[in-house]
Design a protein around this ligand. Sequence first.
Ligand code: ADP
Length: 946
Amino acid sequence: MPRFPFALPEGLASPGAPPAAATPRRHHREFAYPALVLCLIVALWLGLTAELRQLHDAVLRSAAERAAGLAAATAENVARTLDDMDRTLGILRTLNRAEPGLLASGRLDLALWSRGRPANAPTLRLSLLDDAGTITHSDLGPAREGQALAAAPDIAAALRASGDRLRLGVPPPGPDGATLRASRKLFGPDGAPAGLAIAEIDTAWLTRHFEATAPEGATLRLVGPDGARLATDQLPATLPADPGGPQEPALTASSSAEPYGVRVEVSLNPNLALADWRRARGILLLAGGLISFAGLLLATLLARRHAELADEQRNLVAILDGLEDGALLAEPDGRIAAHNARALTLLGVPALPRGARLADLVRLQIERGVFGPPDQLDTATRQRLRDEAEHPAPGLVTHTRADGIVLELRTSLLPDGAVLRLCRDVTAASRTEAALATAGDEALAAERARGEFLAVMSHEIRTPMNGIIGVAGLLLDGELPEEARRNAQLILDSASHLLSMINDILDFARLDSGRLELEETAFDVRGLFTGAIDLLAPDARAKGLALDLDMAEDVPRRAGGDPRRLRQVLLNLVGNAIKFTATGSVRVAVTRLDRVPGAVRIGVTVSDTGIGIAPEAQSRLFDPFSQADSSIARRFGGSGLGLAISRRLVARMGGSIEVESTLGLGSVFRFDVRLRARRASDEPGGPPAIAGRRVLVAEDNEASRLVVTRLLERAGHRVEAVVDGRAALAAVAGGEYDVVLMDVAMPALDGLAATRAIRALPTPARDIAVIGLTAATLPAEMQACHDAGMDLVLTKPVIAEHLAAAMADALARRPPRPPAAPAARAPAVENRSFDPAVLDALVRDIGPVLAGDLVRRFSEGAFAQLATMQGRLATGELAAIARTAEALAGSAATIGLMRLSRAADALARPAQPPSAADLADELREVRTLLHGGLDELRLWRAPAGV
Ligand code: ADP
């Protein structure tokens, strides 16, 4: 039997032979088993009958031999007895001749003689007869004497006869059974006949030996020389003479007892001798019959099973040959046991010789150029191919044929060490894969190029746009006829709108190419939300919408992150909600989601009762340049980038954004961000790490000067500012400062030269800590700063944390001099209550138009809020004041009115319990700060072109 069900019949394995070729072989095999068994059965029967015949003949032969032996032994016994009788009669005759009257005289007594014979000698009846055949003397005495025997044929013949020999005869049976009689002539002294001497014996003496040794049913006959029957004997048989079957003739043997001419005939019944043989024959025939039946049954079953297997095999062969894959099975010794046609096609060989091995297959492949032109194949490659064939390793390899067909070869080792190899044509798939890979690379490169292009273009467009906006602002600031003013305003509005779009594109491009850096600073989380909502409240009011903010208690006040970007997302979502809602409300809910150590996760939900978004539009809402409906885009405007930017920003802040909306009912946008948790010391009013230093800021750029000054003041330092290097040098030489913040690029004397000059001053002035400020980040420039004698360099834009760290670091290197007396005059910058950097950032974030709008609305709203609070103070709703104050604090911080924000914040968290008088004082201060702040704001507004 084949090891595997799909081992193919020879001839099927080659590609040309159709599977139908299996059919005749199948018939042949189907009948092979019964035919073989039939032959075996015939042979069995032939052998059986021959053996039975031989056994039969042997039984008969041995019976015949036994009959002959019996006859011979009986004849010898008869001869010995007759010898004894003859000798006795001879003695009687000799005595009678020598002394005729001896018996008559009584000197010889026959009865005594008879009794005196040896014990083992046969008993003889002895008598003497006269010439007339009458008994004259007998060992039985007068009982027989006088009896005339002349009528008996043997006696009559003996009296008549002239010769002298022993004669035998059978007298009529007497009461003692059958007798044999022997007689001899008597002669007188003159030689004349003188009667007969006779001896009689019981015939049982003669057949004694026969009865002792012959088998049952055997027959004995004694025949005299004259043909007279002397005695017969038949032994009884226990078995019936013929237990069935053909009659066998009797087996007869004869022998003669010489010299008396007596023939002994023995006959045996052969059927009795054959009885055992017949019994054995019956058993053997039965066994033969059973064996034949079982054999035939087995052969039939085998034939049927074989037919089933052949069917299965044919089906498997059909399946294997129909496979797209090639399959090849090799025995552990490398001999190829089976394969389908496809395997050879794929491996590139037309046929395999019988008993081929894997190594032969490789040789054929090499010859046929499967691995390239055979004469160009180097020895190392040949050797490698041969090694692989001789020691196949399991696994998957891809192999490209010389004609370009790509094959995937999977080799597995079966548990018994056999090798199964499957091969598949993957040419098409591998071409597609290669094409896809190329296309993927190209797409990636195109994507990158697009991002770069967008970033560059947005930047390039922003510069002239700033020019246009600035000039339009200048125009509007001057005297203009009414129509020209309207046109200039139109230019300003359009340019501002365009700039905000460009800002979106720039943001998006930066986010997309991963070049947007998030800030990390501590900020007022609650204030950010209230401020942003307050900014948009006028829009909602204008449309008659309710705008609610619901902020959970546990939303922390301070956290670390990028407030600008968080606000940008919030303004985008809330702005959209207001934009796409005609009636009803917009609700913003802020919750704290979880407290991971060191982080705060804030969840924000913005829901509206607006037009809603169709389900099919929801899926691409966060894709760039997508608007739910192009008619909406025309109606409401917008770049379609807001949500795309929001999603990316939220992702950068460690969260995600999603939308849920029903067309016509409204939308819900949810997002979450992760902020850094802040320690108590970071809370506003907490003790600053380093405070109370005297700091000189030398910076010609006003915005930068204001930012740095403000940050230092907020950190609790006393700050003076100058606008060039020469003034800085003079201030350090004359004044008493702990630290100088020195811009590198300044008119009159640059920061490097000024620092070198400071280091050349006499002590203690020369030992002051100098922190450089530069926009450059190149290592060479950094090195120049250090070479000039700067202790540290800060790169712009300056953020609070970096500044604080730099201050601490610089002061650690150069310990401060003993504190000076309080400064005689407060520096001008200290009076400023407006932080322009915040507004700068806002303009960057949401564009100058919206920012300007917000500022305008803020001033309207702030006075309204002030009025509300004063009204509540009057009616005694003291607790309600805090809410409005919190909102005011947030919105003031949003546009940079920091002092106002702090005052409003103090109002929002009054001492327990707040007294009406305290509140009134604080409200007054808020009002003063509001006026002062707005004045400063107005001053700043013109140069920024808002
Ligand atoms: P745009 O800057 O044009 O507003 P966004 O990305 O912010 O771009 O919004 C994309 C589009 O998603 C909008 O044009 C509008 O069709 C739809 N959309 C955004 N928010 C809402 C909302 N709250 N209700 C209905 N539609 C909205």
